[in-house]
Ligand binder design. Sequence first.
Ligand SMILES: [Zn+2]
Length: 119
Amino acid sequence: MPRRKNLMKQKRIAKDRIILLLRMADDIVREDPHLAERYGDIARRLSLRTRVRLPEEYSWRYCKRCKKLMFPGVNAVIRSRSRRYPHMVIKCLRCGYINRRPYIREKSLKKSVQKPSRL
Ligand SMILES: [Zn+2]
């Protein structure tokens, strides 16, 4: 099936580009936050269009409300909370939305590996 092979190739290229864009965004954010934000947008659109998942270490960096890439220390604040369940609170300073991301303790890591991750 040459078509399928081609699709896989396209997805691989898309994934490489997404990672590259996100790294570039992180590198440039202090000098040019607007450009960094654009890189984030492009990476997100590429991910949606090609149906390539964003890498785990970046997927939580997008604000759930305004869909912009958040940069901790620049336009987002991160705190960790352990009430009820251990989670990180990521506040988007652009729209003020509070994003929550549970983090897994080493103890329960084994258990959660079998479950597909929500993000
Ligand atoms: Zn936001």
